[in-house]
Design a protein around this ligand. Structure first.
Ligand SMILES: N[C@@H](CCC(=O)N[C@@H](CS)C(=O)NCC(=O)O)C(=O)O
Length: 207
């Protein structure tokens, strides 16, 4: 029976990270999904009650307390299973994998801001240079993963790999015109493998 509630929306890549980790660690049944509509200009009142920032994911625990954001939720859920942790407990591996996960999050931050710019901001208020700068952050991050971190990412489907997989999936969903596979064949080959994992299939965003 579910003892926790995950506030979510089907397309959120930050929520997807949580859902992938739940699946990879066999904890899906412990969490019920509760869909909320939220945006920077129209935060969900229900969500605000648990997360004053009005963002998803937020996870309500059995005692009624609420955890956010995705990094905190992933850390918590990784401490709740008996398998090999997906966040290394200590040492160099911990800081390296968390740094790679953070870079994947930075890509997601840029991609989500870009999406708001394109879908929410009135056309007469858009700032092209600002959007271009977000795209550049994504491009620099993709280049780093391809050239500096591919073997590391490929070595284990953990916190860093989950973050990158969800970021690439989100680019496909919202920025398909980027055609990132053409410039990053190593990432493309890696993603072709991991997007077939049951955890990725079960959490695939609806279009
Ligand atoms: N740092 C946060 C980012 C979460 C985030 O940006 N979520 C988006 C949906 S994908 C959101 O709730 N946006 C509403 C807002 O920005 O007010 C995390 O890792 O959970």
């Amino acid at each position: 029976m579910s003892t926790m509630t995950l506030f979510h929306s089907p397309a959120s890549p930050f929520v997807r990270k949580v859902r992938v980790l739940l699946h990879e660690t066999g904890q899906q049944e412990r969490v019920a999904l509760q869909e909320v509509q939220t945006s920077p200009v129209a935060p969900s009142p229900e969500l605000l009650a648990g997360n004053p920032a009005g963002k998803i994911p937020a996870l309500r625990l059995a005692d009624g307390s609420v955890l956010h954001d995705s990094r905190v939720i992933l850390d918590y859920l990784d401490s709740q299973h008996v398998g090999e942790p997906l966040i290394p407990a200590a040492g160099h591996a911990r800081w390296r994998r968390l740094t790679l996960a953070s870079l994947a999050d930075a890509m997601l931050d840029a991609a989500v801001l870009l999406r708001y710019e394109q879908a929410l901001r009135p056309a007469d208020k858009r700032w092209d240079e600002w959007s271009a700068a977000q795209l550049e952050k994504i491009e620099h991050s993709l280049a780093y993963f391809e050239r500096e971190a591919l073997a590391e990412i490929d070595s284990r489907f953990d916190i860093a790999a989950i973050g990158l997989a969800c970021a690439l999936g989100y680019l496909d969903l919202r920025q398909p015109q980027l055609a990132w596979r053409e410039r990053y064949p190593g990432l493309a080959a890696w993603f072709a493998e991991v997007e077939r994992r049951p955890s990725m299939l079960a959490s695939a965003p609806s279009r």
